[in-house]
Ligand binder design. Structure first.
Ligand SMILES: Cc1cc2nc3c(=O)[nH]c(=O)nc-3n(C[C@H](O)[C@H](O)[C@H](O)COP(=O)(O)O)c2cc1C
Ligand code: SF4
Ligand code: SF4
Length: 643
């Protein structure tokens, strides 16, 4: 369908007071505030698909076909409540849209039967999206009043899960692309750099570097060609902010990239995305195509004389490829290995030209900043960290998903008030912030306002905003052991301190979380010496590694030694895991009354630690037992137990 370009540009540019009645009507139709037939929207982003939304989609299609009901069925991104997927929202003409949780295929017929008879079904209701001119449903809470939404300030995620990510018309009818049009028509390159510097926006990938200052460095470097790269590698396990933004509102990201490219005087931008992000790739490819068709990408955009091409490049999905110099090498077709800085990419980056690398969330903030001004942005968050931050929350929590809060909001508000705490009646134990090379945060810091400056003061880092929540069943030492193992596998191997340091740290941690394999191997003294070594190793790795991977790798160790030292000591001196998670530290016994002497455990024990005579009770030689628990798994008489 051809788009009405003139109308869309007008809708994007003007506030609603500048529209005539026909344009207002069309705008309402495109924004779906006014609809003529029922609308069903299914969250088909990754979190939705994992929960079964493709089957839900088919069930809606069959429902409509079987009953000859005419309805519109569209995709959305996630509203942030990933644990409630598949989330489905339904709007019938004249009424507000209601959101439902966990609508698997079998629930579709009864849900739609009820709603089409103007009845709100029992259960599964999340809330309704109140909009002017639409009749609200009785006894359905407003989305905005739910604790999950009420304490957030969604400026970047405002439209995620609400709009159709495949519809440029819907984005533009809500004012989308107005900021880019204003940028190329009203500002010079350096004015945009100044405006973003004045907003105080800091890079959301973790370092918190001033976005405007970074742009200025690239803008001031003379070159016949400059590049803007959107870093959509999102390599931190547990982080899914960038993916959700790309899946929920790809046009906002592309508008942000266009503004950033213009500001640094570049006509060439790349989105470097991990290849596993198939649904984000699908949406971005569609968005690029739509923007080219309407003339918002390409040559001489809107007769401004400004040209811009944006291309998508798939990366292998390696942690180190998220580091900007490794990313640039990968984009150039080389092996994704970091190189030393300076020169910084802003001076010599992609193909040796000035290059700005910015994160997805950073870039997605730009349309709002241009539309509403730097003062508006500065009025949110803290003095030194203006704006909001999106956190992806997973682990042992009541709700998992994405939360966008003003910088300076406390962990307590994010985890206890918005997410509902550990859930299932469990006690919170700690938070791990910032991915595998992030820091463990103890509960006494729950009141800390989360901003770059407040975290730095406590020796913590925000990272890209992944938060892993741990309850009383989690062992911090074992968790850190896993992170070290992961980082060792992800190290590109260029620097010895990173490559060997992460391996040694993982080995030391493993020796603490299991029983001695042999008498020489890991005595208490050896294990204790290992822990002493951890601290000096951490110093060396921090000081001598080339890139952030090796420099930050010791963070989990350093922060847990600082805040959870007692757990290390219990593992070392008492050979006990306080949360009973380290199975290899358990002491295993055989109950003589239950043991039939069937010999199965003795045959399976990898350490030959079980001895006895057939048809008489067997027993475990503790000195030999490595605590693997295989005897427990294989015993059919429940004779094996542990303490
Ligand atoms: C090991 C490592 C991995 C990184 N991974 C990412 C990533 O996945 N996404 C990202 O935006 N930045 C990542 N960064 C940071 C980038 O190098 C770069 O600083 C960032 O893209 C700049 O964007 P910003 O200024 O908008 O924050 C990583 C850095 C390191 C050291
Ligand atoms: S610090 Fe690690 S990941 Fe970074 S360049 Fe050195 S070896 Fe590679
Ligand atoms: S836990 Fe059981 S199977 Fe494993 S080493 Fe000890 S006795 Fe053998």
């Amino acid at each position: 369908m051809r788009k009405d370009k003139a109308l869309l540009l007008k809708l994007a540019r003007s506030d609603r007071s500048g529209l005539n009645p026909d344009e207002l009507k069309r705008s309402d139709e495109l924004r779906k505030t006014e609809i003529s037939r029922p609308l069903v929207m299914v969250n088909s982003s990754t979190s939705g698909i994992v929960a079964g939304s493709l089957l839900t989609w088919k069930a809606v299609e069959s429902y409509a076909a079987d009953r000859s009901i005419e309805l519109d069925l569209t995709e959305t991104g996630s509203i942030g409540l990933s644990s409630e997927d598949p989330v489905v929202s339904v709007q019938i003409p004249g009424r507000t849209r209601i959101f439902f949780s966990r609508i698997t295929e079998g629930r579709v017929p009864s849900l739609l039967d009820d709603l089409f008879h103007q009845v709100v079904p029992d259960g599964n209701v999340i809330g309704q999206l109140l909009r002017e001119g639409q009749e609200p449903w009785e006894n359905v809470p407003a989305l905005a009043d739910l604790p999950f939404f009420a304490l957030q300030n969604r400026i970047v995620m405002e439209s995620c899960g609400i709009i159709d990510p495949f519809s440029l018309e819907e984005y533009m009818a809500g004012g989308g692309y107005g900021a880019f049009i204003r940028t190329i028509r009203s500002y010079t390159f350096s004015e945009v750099c100044e405006l973003v510097t004045a907003s105080g926006l800091r890079g959301r990938s973790g370092g918190g570097f001033s976005t405007g200052e970074k742009w200025k460095a690239a803008f001031r470097t003379p070159s016949d060609q400059k590049y803007l790269i959107c870093n959509a590698e999102e390599s931190d396990p547990g982080a899914f902010m960038d993916r959700t933004l790309m899946e929920g509102n790809p046009f906002q990201l592309l508008e942000g990239i266009s503004i950033a490219a213009y500001a640094i005087g570049s006509n060439r931008a790349y989105i470097y995305i991990r290849s596993e992000y198939k649904d984000a790739i699908r949406r971005i490819n569609n968005a690029i195509k739509e923007l080219r068709e309407i003339g918002l990408l390409g040559d001489n955009i809107l007769d401004s004389g400004y040209n811009l091409q944006i291309s998508l490049r798939k990366g292998p999905g390696a942690f180190v490829c998220g580091e900007e110099t490794a990313l640039i090498a990968s984009l150039e077709g080389k092996r994704g290995m970091p190189s030393s800085k300076p020169p910084y990419p802003t001076t010599s980056g992609y193909l040796g030209r000035p290059t700005v690398v910015n994160n997805v969330e950073t870039l997605s903030n730009l349309p709002g900043i241009i539309r509403k001004g730097p003062e508006w942005f500065r009025s949110i968050g803290t003095e030194e960290s203006p704006g909001t931050k999106i956190f992806s929350i997973s682990g042992r929590v009541a709700l998992s998903g994405l939360v966008e809060v003003p910088m300076g909001t406390s962990f307590d508000t994010i985890i206890n008030k918005i997410i509902g705490g550990a859930g299932r009646g469990r006690e919170l134990k700690a938070l791990h912030l910032g991915g595998p090379s992030g820091c463990m945060v103890p509960l006494d810091l729950m009141d800390l306002p989360v901003s770059y400056e407040a975290l730095k003061e406590k020796g913590l880092i925000m990272g890209s905003g992944g938060v892993l929540v741990m309850d009383d069943r989690t062992c911090v030492v074992n968790t850190v052991r896993f992170f070290m193992y992961y980082l060792n596998k992800q190290s590109c191997g260029k620097c010895i301190p990173c490559r060997e340091g992460t391996r040694r740290m993982a080995e030391i941690l493993a020796s603490i979380t299991r029983k001695p394999a042999d008498e020489e191997g890991s005595t208490t003294l050896e294990r204790f010496k290992g822990v002493m070594q951890l601290e000096s190793l951490a110093e060396v790795m921090k000081d001598t590694s080339l890139c952030g991977l090796g420099q930050n790798a010791p963070n989990p160790v350093v922060s847990t030694l600082k805040y959870f030292r007692h757990e290390y000591e219990e593992h070392i001196f008492e050979r006990r895991c306080p949360s009973n998670t380290c199975t290899e530290l358990r002491t295993w016994y055989i109950d003589v009354d239950l043991c039939t002497g069937c010999t199965v455990c003795a045959k399976k024990c990898p350490a030959d630690a079980i001895i006895g005579t057939a048809r008489h009770p067997y027993f475990i030689v503790q000195e030999k037992c490595i605590g693997c628990g295989i005897c427990y798994d294989v015993c059919k008489f429940s004779a094996v137990y542990y303490k």
